[in-house]
Design a protein around this ligand. Structure first.
Ligand SMILES: [Fe+2]
Ligand SMILES: [Fe+2]
Length: 200
């Protein structure tokens, strides 16, 4: 009878999956640099592209530290996230909406990577693969920093710029519910907005 695979096998499998994920990100990032309009966002993507190159090399070092051949196993999860990003980039968004959407897509990538590396670090530590754990943790920290940088850019102006294009002069249809000049709302929508029964 074949022996069951162990956590070590799952760990190697996960490493191969993550190696594939990083290589996919390496291909996608230059397109995101091109698609971005904000110079800060372009710089953030370029910077993370350089980091990603190093992360690929770091994963190769992890394989070496475990006496494993460097091998990729196609990461379907990352492929899906990148596919969604591609469709988004084909949309005819204004520049500001495109930048905000690029951040949204990039943060999906970073969170997926944070989940992968979080697990890899924990498994490497619990199995005593200290060198691998230390290397993987460096990358985990970079992914977290990249994610935080994107949040800072989004909240530091990019979302606001996009919102100002979507709602010039701060017009916001939800803000003036008592306005008599408001066009009639469809019945379903109006009903959904009604205050809860019992409050008169
Ligand atoms: Fe990465
Ligand atoms: Fe990343």
């Amino acid at each position: 009878m074949a022996e069951s695979k162990t956590l070590h096998d799952a760990f190697i499998d996960e490493l191969r999956d993550t190696y594939s994920a990083e290589k996919q990100v390496l291909k996608a990032l230059p397109k995101m640099v091109k698609a971005a309009s904000s110079p800060d966002l372009k710089a953030a993507f370029s910077n993370h592209l350089e980091e990603t190159r190093e992360q690929v090399v770091r994963l190769e070092e992890v394989f070496a530290s475990l006496n494993e051949k460097v091998r990729a196993k196609h990461c379907d999860g990352m492929a899906g996230i990148i596919e969604e990003g591609k469709s988004m980039m084909e949309e005819d968004f204004d520049e500001t909406a495109m930048d905000a959407s690029l951040i949204a897509g990039a943060q999906r990538v970073e969170h997926y990577e944070m989940a992968a590396y979080g697990t890899l670090v924990a498994w490497a530590r619990v199995m005593g693969h200290t060198q691998a754990a230390d290397l993987l943790e460096q990358t985990l920290d970079e992914e977290k920093a990249a994610d935080e940088k994107l949040t800072t850019l989004a909240e530091g102006g990019i979302n606001q710029d996009a919102a100002s294009v979507a709602h010039p002069d701060g017009d916001n249809e939800d803000a003036d519910e008592d306005d008599d000049d408001e066009p009639a709302k469809p019945v379903m929508k109006a009903a959904a907005k009604k205050k809860p029964a019992g409050r008169r």
